[in-house]
Design a protein around this ligand. Structure first.
Ligand code: FAD
Ligand code: SIN
Length: 508
């Protein structure tokens, strides 16, 4: 059965990008349908800790924020996109507050600002160490009470629909628990599907981050770039049973230092900013120190602060570490890098327009030019708000889709059997291991070639399984994961010089 809905705007994803775009489009009078593959709040946004970068104090300036972003981006940023987000950051913060977001305040009621790696000033607006959860709460509340917005949870987008192959006219989704397809036709389609950390064995990202949007866009022929620039966050908790829980960079911004097991500091040997150097440098330094020492992690020392102070500023991190038996006011936290953020993605302009007519992309899935070869911490939530708002201003001018709608052709059939979950699970694990071991922080030409070949073979195998078995959420995701992993591996294999997050030892 193929159900069909017609609306003004369809949004795929309910993180900060999708929700902001939905709210702004609805404010301009458009009817919006949001499709999201889990519960509305389940997104990378919901786990963001550090905050949002914005110039909100007198000793800071737009020029400094622009400069820090360009330095982190290692020469590959688009300056006009950087200027755009930096200049609109104070307005974006005001907008989030208007939607109900409660940011942390100082005693005199000013916004409290923290500092993170690569930033020359304190400029990270935050809600303790739960910034993403607070934003997601506020935006979800605003969306759920808006009469022009309908949210359909547990609907996984499959592929775009087109009028005679030229203009995007919407999307077809699969609703696993009802075992049916749903097609949504709209004058604009927004991919706000977030990132792809799950293609790696170790990641700070939740399970939804399987790279669906990159794969959907690539299959439709949209332009993507810079996929090789995967940011590894330097400090995720190292514990055999903890799932790469993030220890926010704001902790280092609060004066806590990276150390070896014997308590000696090392970051000053790698960069003048020490523990607050840009992420690519810190992550590589940690990997090198682990190799030199044979240790399974490096350490983050917070013990200069007492328990009350740490609990007041980082309640979630304090509790989570305690859950794993680490009292961070008394002992150092074992940390290792983990896949965190995809700097590349679907190429978009300053209104989030992609290379395909009527198709927009925003948030982590987009490549706006802001991040270049390495993202400056806390610029991504900001980027999502600024470009989502700009996109809403653009789609208002689009004419209706009137004719020639061709619905997506899928392999949907009730006649097919379902693959066992263990096969899909094994395929997923293999992708994650291939990527972690061969397309990680430190790369080698031979390993990149190996990864590409292995992923190509897996892509064929998975395509066959996709065509010949009943659709399931897991099968759809694993197909998207191989295709996204391939985009990253082939981007890395074809980049001929080291830059930002791409570091291939054979190019030196
Ligand atoms: P997401 O928030 O990931 O939302 C994507 C949405 O798309 C989800 O709702 C998902 O379910 C849905 N979706 C995906 N595929 C499909 C599909 N096929 N069909 C239907 N729905 C789909 N950035 C900062 O700027 N500051 C921070 O402090 C910060 N901290 C972070 C901490 C952690 C632990 C992590 C993981 C990231 C952090 N980031 C931070 C990065 C930032 O959170 C993300 O880049 C940002 O939230 C992405 O927002 P988004 O709306 O693009 O995607
Ligand atoms: C963090 O809190 O360290 C994450 C910030 C980010 O990824 O921008």
């Amino acid at each position: 059965m193929n159900d069909w809905i017609k609306t003004d705007i369809v949004v795929i994803g309910s993180g900060i990008a999708g929700l902001t775009f939905a709210l702004e489009s609805a404010r301009l009078g458009m009817k919006v349908v949001i499709l999201t593959k889990n519960e509305t709040r389940e997104s990378n946004t919901n786990y963001a800790q550090g905050g949002i970068a914005a110039v909100v104090t007198d000793n800071d300036s737009f020029d400094l924020h622009v400069k820090d972003t360009l330095v982190a981006g290692a020469g590959l940023c688009d300056k006009s996109a950087v200027e755009c987000i930096v200049h609109q950051a104070p307005e974006a913060i005001a907008w989030l507050i208007e939607q109900g977001t409660n940011f942390s305040k100082t005693h005199d009621k000013a916004l409290e600002v923290g500092r993170e790696g690569g930033h020359s000033r304190h400029r990270i607006v935050h809600a303790k160490d739960l910034t993403g959860r607070e934003i997601e709460r506020a935006l979800t509340d605003a969306v759920s009470s808006h009469p022009l917005i309908t949210t359909i949870e547990h609907a996984i987008a499959l592929d775009l629909s087109f009028t005679s192959g030229v203009e995007c006219t919407g999307i077809t989704a699969f609703i696993p628990h009802e075992h049916r397809l749903l097609s949504v036709t709209a004058k604009a389609t927004m991919l706000a599907t977030g990132g792809c950390g799950q293609v790696y064995a170790h990641t700070t990202n939740p399970s939804i981050a399987t790279g669906d949007g990159y794969a959907i866009a690539a299959r439709a022929g949209a332009e993507l770039k810079n996929m090789e620039f995967v940011q590894f966050h330097p400090t995720s908790l190292y514990h055999p049973n903890a799932h790469s829980f993030l220890i926010s960079e704001a902790v280092r911004g609060f004066g806590c230092e990276l150390k070896r097991r014997d308590g000696s500091t090392f970051m000053e040997e790698y960069h003048p900013l020490g523990s607050l150097a840009p992420r690519d440098i810190v992550a590589r330094a940690i990997v090198r120190e682990m190799r030199l020492s044979g240790d399974t992690s490096m350490f983050l020392d917070c013990t200069a602060h007492d328990e009350d102070t740490l609990r007041a500023h980082f309640p979630t991190i304090f509790e989570e570490c305690l859950r794993w038996g680490i009292d961070i006011s008394k002992e150092m936290i074992p940390v290792v890098p983990a896949a965190h953020y995809e700097c590349g993605g679907i190429v978009t302009d300053l209104h989030a327009r992609t290379s395909i007519k009527r198709l927009y992309a925003c948030g982590e899935v987009a490549c706006t030019g802001v991040h270049g070869a390495n993202r400056l911490a806390s610029n991504s939530l900001l980027e999502a708000v600024v470009f989502a708002k700009a996109a809403a201003q653009d789609v208002i001018h689009l004419p209706e889709v009137t004719s020639g709608i061709v619905l997506h052709e899928s392999n949907f059939s009730t006649q097919k059997g379902a693959l066992t979950t263990s096969i899909v699970h094994l395929l997923k694990q293999e992708i994650q291991e291939v990527m972690w071991k061969n397309v990680g922080i430190v790369r080698h030409t031979q390993e990149l070639e190996f990864a590409q070949n292995r992923l190509l073979a897996m892509a064929d195998e998975i395509e066959y399984l996709y065509r010949h078995n009943e659709l399931t959420l897991e099968l759809i995701e694993v197909r998207n994961m191989t295709q996204t992993a391939l985009l990253i591996a082939s981007g890395a294999a074809s980049r001929t010089e080291n830059c930002g997050l791409h570091f291939n030892v054979n190019l030196w």
